[in-house]
Ligand binder design. Structure first.
Ligand SMILES: Nc1nc2c(ncn2[C@@H]2O[C@H](COP(=O)(O)OP(=O)(O)OP(=O)(O)O)[C@@H](O)[C@H]2O)c(=O)[nH]1
Ligand SMILES: [Mg+2]
Length: 406
C-alpha cells in the first residue's frame, strides 16, 4: 500500500490531504455510507489535481511496482479475461471484491488494463459502447430471476453473451441473501454463453455497488454484450443500480394494492420500462389492470429523456408471452438513446456521480476516524442531544478540529 500511495502522491499537487483522499478513493473502499453535505463543498475538486497525468501514467507506475509473480498473475488474468474465459472472469471479479489491501491494488491495475482494452473496442465501434447494461429491480418475489432466466436464454439463443450480476442489499446488513438464488436460474447457469455472479456476501452498499460497477467493466472486457444487474426493491440498492445502467427496468407483480405500496415513487420515476410480471392464467386480469394503472401514472411523471417515453408491458416467464416484446422494447430504447447520444451522456454522468459517491464515503470515513474528531465527538454529540449547543455549531467545531489538524 505504501509504495503505491507514495508513487501516486507524486502526481498530485497540494493540498495533500485532498490528494490523499482522492488516491485512497482509487485504492480502497471501506467505512460508512451517507452524506455530509456541509463538508464536501469545502474540498477542492480533485479533478484539478488529477489533471496532472494520473490517468496516463498511473497504470505504468503501478506495473513497475509489481513483483514477478504479481505480474504473471495479472497477465494470466488479463489474457484469460479478454479471450473470454469464464474462470479468468470469475477470478478477476473475486480480485475486485477482495478486502486485502495489496490485492485491491492489483485489482485496480487489472481494471485499468481492461478499461484501456474496452476503450479500444469502443473506438473501433465508432465511439459507441460495446455492451448494453440493463438494471432490473422490483419487490421480493416479483419474478425477477425467472424473467432473467427466460430472457437470458432467449438472448444467448440469438448469439448474445449475457452476464447477470446481483446487488443484494441484505448482504450489506445481515450477510443474508435475498438474491442468493442462482439456483432459480438453473438453465442459464448451465449456458456457456451466460455468466451469473451472485452478490458478494458482505460489505457496505457503497462497497457492493462499487464492486458491481467494476464487475460490469470486467464482464464487458470478457466479451459479454448484455449485462443484466438484478436487485431487490428494498433500501437504496435500486437507486444505486439505476445509477450504473443504461436502462432501468422495474418489474411489478400483479398483486393487490397493499403489496404495491412498498414501491417507492422515486424509483418509478427512474424506470425506463415497467414490466408487469406473471401475466398468465388467473393473473392476466390483474396484470392488465396494473398495466393500465402504471401507464396512467407514468404519464403524470416528469419525462427523463427526450428520445424515450417509458412504457408498461406485460410478460410471463411461464408461458413466455411478452418476453420477446420486452426485449424488442429494450432494443428500440437502446437504439434511440444511442442515436441521440443520450446513452453515452448518461454513462459519462454516471462516472462522475460514482466518483463523488466514493469520495463522499471515504471522506466521511476519514472524518469519523480522525483523532481530533474522535476525541471531541462524544462530548459534542452529548451537548447537541441535550440542546446545550445547536447542531450547526457542533458541526462547525468538529469540522474546524478536523481541518486544523489534517
Ligand atoms: N405464474 C407465474 N409465476 C411466476 C412467474 N415468474 C415467477 N413466478 C413465481 O414467482 C416466484 C418468485 O419468482 P422469482 O423469479 O424467484 O422472483 P424474484 O423477484 O427473483 O425473487 P427474489 O429474488 O427473491 O426477490 C416463484 O415461485 C416463481 O415460480 C410467471 O411468469 N408466472
Ligand atoms: Mg431473484
Amino acid at each position: 500500500m505504501r509504495r503505491f500511495s507514495i508513487r501516486l502522491f507524486s502526481h498530485f499537487s497540494r493540498p495533500q490531504s485532498t490528494a490523499r483522499l482522492a488516491t485512497t478513493c482509487l485504492l480502497r473502499q471501506e467505512g460508512f455510507t451517507g452524506s455530509f453535505p456541509g463538508f464536501l463543498p469545502t474540498i477542492p475538486h480533485p479533478s484539478r489535481h488529477l489533471q496532472r497525468g494520473v490517468s496516463s501514467t498511473a497504470t505504468s507506475q503501478h506495473l513497475q511496482d509489481l513483483s514477478g509473480p504479481e505480474q504473471r498473475l495479472l497477465d494470466k488474468l488479463y489474457e484469460g479475461l479478454i479471450s473470454g474465459q469464464r474462470a479468468s472472469l470469475a477470478e478477476s471479479i473475486t480480485l475486485v471484491e477482495t478486502q486485502h489491501p495489496r490485492k485491491k491494488e492489483l485489482a485496480q491495475v487489472l481494471l485499468q488494463k481492461v478499461l484501456a482494452f474496452r476503450r479500444q473496442q469502443e473506438s473501433s465501434n465508432g465511439g459507441k459502447p460495446v455492451a448494453f447494461r440493463v438494471g432490473l429491480s422490483g419487490p421480493p418475489g416479483a419474478g425477477k430471476s425467472s424473467f432473467i432466466e427466460v430472457m437470458g436464454k432467449m438472448l444467448t439463443g440469438q448469439g448474445h453473451k449475457v452476464a447477470v450480476l446481483a446487488v443484494d442489499p441484505s448482504s450489506c446488513t445481515s450477510g443474508g441473501s435475498l438474491l442468493g438464488d442462482k439456483t432459480r436460474m438453473t438453465e442459464l447457469s448451465r449456458d456457456m454463453n451466460a455468466f451469473i455472479r451472485p452478490s458478494p456476501a458482505s460489505g457496505t452498499l457503497g462497497g457492493v455497488t462499487r464492486t458491481t460497477n467494476e464487475a460490469v467493466v470486467l464482464c464487458e472486457g470478457a466479451g459479454y454484450d448484455i449485462i443484466l444487474v438484478e436487485t431487490v426493491g428494498v433500501g437504496q440498492s435500486e437507486f444505486a443500480v439505476a445509477d450504473m445502467v443504461d436502462m432501468f427496468v422495474l418489474l411489478i407483480p400483479p398483486a393487490g394494492g397493499d403489496e404495491l405500496q412498498g414501491i417507492k415513487r422515486g424509483i418509478i420515476e427512474r424506470a425506463d420500462l415497467v414490466v408487469v410480471t406473471k401475466s398468465d392464467g388467473d393473473l392476466v386480469v390483474p396484470a392488465r389492470r396494473i398495466q393500465t394503472e402504471y401507464t396512467s401514472a407514468l404519464k403524470l411523471l416528469r419525462r427523463q429523456s427526450k428520445s424515450w417515453n417509458p412504457k408498461v408491458v406485460r410478460a410471463s416467464s411461464h408461458t413466455f408471452e411478452g418476453i420477446q416484446e420486452v426485449w424488442a422494447k429494450m432494443e428500440v430504447y437502446r437504439d434511440a438513446m444511442l442515436t441521440s447520444g443520450e446513452l453515452q451522456g448518461r454513462r459519462r454522468a454516471q462516472q462522475k456521480v460514482w466518483m463523488w459517491s466514493l469520495i463522499q464515503e471515504n471522506v466521511l470515513w476519514h472524518f469519523q476516524n480522525h483523532p481530533a474528531v474522535r476525541e471531541t465527538l462524544p462530548r459534542l454529540e452529548q451537548k447537541v442531544t441535550k440542546g446545550v449547543i445547536s447542531p450547526g455549531l457542533a458541526a462547525d467545531l468538529l469540522l474546524k478540529a478536523f481541518s486544523e489538524s489534517s
